[in-house]
Every structure is written in C-alpha cells, then in structure tokens.
Design a protein around this ligand. Sequence first.
Ligand SMILES: Nc1nc2c(ncn2[C@@H]2O[C@H](COP(=O)(O)OP(=O)(O)OP(=O)(O)O)[C@@H](O)[C@H]2O)c(=O)[nH]1
Ligand SMILES: [Mg+2]
Length: 265
Amino acid sequence: MQGCAAWGETKLETDRRVIQKRIKILSDDIEAMKRARDTARKKRSENAVPAAAIVGYTNAGKSTLLNRLTGSDVLSEDKLFATLDPTTRAALLPDGQQVLFTDTVGFINKLPHNLVDAFRSTLEEAGYADIIVHVIDASDPQAEMHRRVVYDTLIDLGINDKPVITVWNKTDLIDEAALFRDFSADASVKISAKTGEGLDEFYSEVARILRESRVYIDTVIPYKNTSVVAEIRKTGQLLSEEYEEDGIHIKAYVPRPMAAKRELT
Ligand SMILES: Nc1nc2c(ncn2[C@@H]2O[C@H](COP(=O)(O)OP(=O)(O)OP(=O)(O)O)[C@@H](O)[C@H]2O)c(=O)[nH]1
Ligand SMILES: [Mg+2]
C-alpha cells in the first residue's frame, strides 16, 4: 500500500482518480480538435476534391500508408493509438486527380466505455469521406478479428453505405502464397506501406471506385423540394447554388445512388 493510504484513499481509488483526470484531459483535447476539423472540413467541401478516410485496427499501418501516399510526416509508431488527431493530406493519383486522405484513430475491440464518445467524434471524419480505405495488418494472426471489429465499428457509426477498399498491409512480412480476401469490400489489394509494393494497384482501385461512386449534376431543384439541397450538402459536394425563378439551380457532385434515387440526372 502506498503513502496515499494515510489520507484514507486506497491505491485503487488514487489510480481511478488519475485515470479519470487523464480521460478528462483527452476528452477536452479531442473536443478542441473536433472544432478545428469542422472548420477545415467546411473549407474542403467548398472544393470538389474527393476525400478518402483511412481506417483500421490500431497499429495496422494507417499513418505509414498516409505518409507513403503523400510524402508527409505523420506520426507512425509501434504503439497503440499513436494517432489521436486525424490528419488530412492531399495526394495525386497517377491520372492527375487529387484526393484528400485522412488518417484516423485506430479501432480496437472493447473500447473502454467512457472513451467511446470521444473516439466517435474523432472517427466522424470517416462519415464525410467518399471512400473508406480499410487497412489491415495482414501479418497479424488476429487479422480476421480486426477486420470484423472495424466493420462492426463502421456500422455502429452509421458508415456502412460507402465504398470500401480493403488494403492488406505489411505483405513484406508474410508468405507470398497467403490468400487474403474480403468479400464485404468493393476492392481488395495487397500492399506494403513500408516498401511501397502494391501501391500502383491501390491507386488505380481508388481512381476506379471514385469514378463509379460520384456523378456530376447541373440541375434546377424546385422550391418544394429544397430538402434535396440539404441532403446534397450533407452527402455530396455542392459547388454552387443560385436562386432562380423556378427553383434552386445547383451544380454538385453527388453519390451515384442518391442521384438515382432523387432522379437528379
Ligand atoms: N514491416 C512492415 N511494417 C509496417 C508496414 N506498415 C506499417 N508498419 C509498421 O507498423 C507499425 C504501426 O504503424 P502505424 O502506421 O503507426 O500504424 P497505425 O495504424 O497508424 O496505428 P495507430 O495510429 O496506433 O492506430 C510501425 O512500426 C510501422 O513501421 C509495412 O508495410 N511493413
Ligand atoms: Mg496512426
């Protein structure tokens, strides 16, 4: 028993108090980051640059991949939750298209209850992405469990309607013959973020999925349907809106399924 017991507090109580304090500090930090992100996101959505969120179990190699894609210097470490603040960087696909990649906090099984809300807000960035890049450490014997935790978390967050590209990472550490599949994904590639192997295929799959997932519209929405404009603002990218006599003239990129549902094309 430590000295604090003399004050009538057991070690367990002291630990709990220290942890609560730490959680409070982290939550405040995350709240401040959220405000900064909201501002940054508003700016981004004014351009029509597509966004990809890099998600995955902690330690899968998300930050390493972001660094590799954008030549940037995001903290990558062999420790849990190296990344808390999602970072966004621009990368150019070989076809010249610009894409914004956002690193996110690592997912984990059985997140402590009082951290769930804080993590949720950190992950909400993924909700604004056009495409989800799901990184899995293919060399980890628990890879299948990690894959499921990530899908379950995405469903929990209500992010289950976006195209997913599954990236089996760290293939430099495994037997070439190993077979990796993800039937839930729209595309699946094997890479090594460390050596750069497989990145060409990754880029071309990202380009393909983006091409297929969004459609450009230039149309007039009648004033009785203005809720459609609100929906576009939320799920698509509104480039311009002009109030005309017979409705709102909009130019926007919208998710293809939405364009079909609302008969916008
Ligand atoms: N051998 C090998 N190691 C890799 C590869 N990609 C990442 N790593 C290593 O895996 C560890 C974790 O990488 P990070 O990029 O920090 O992982 P993360 O997914 O961002 O982790 P969190 O931010 O904690 O969620 C680091 O030691 C990386 O150097 C790879 O392709 N091959
Ligand atoms: Mg990271």
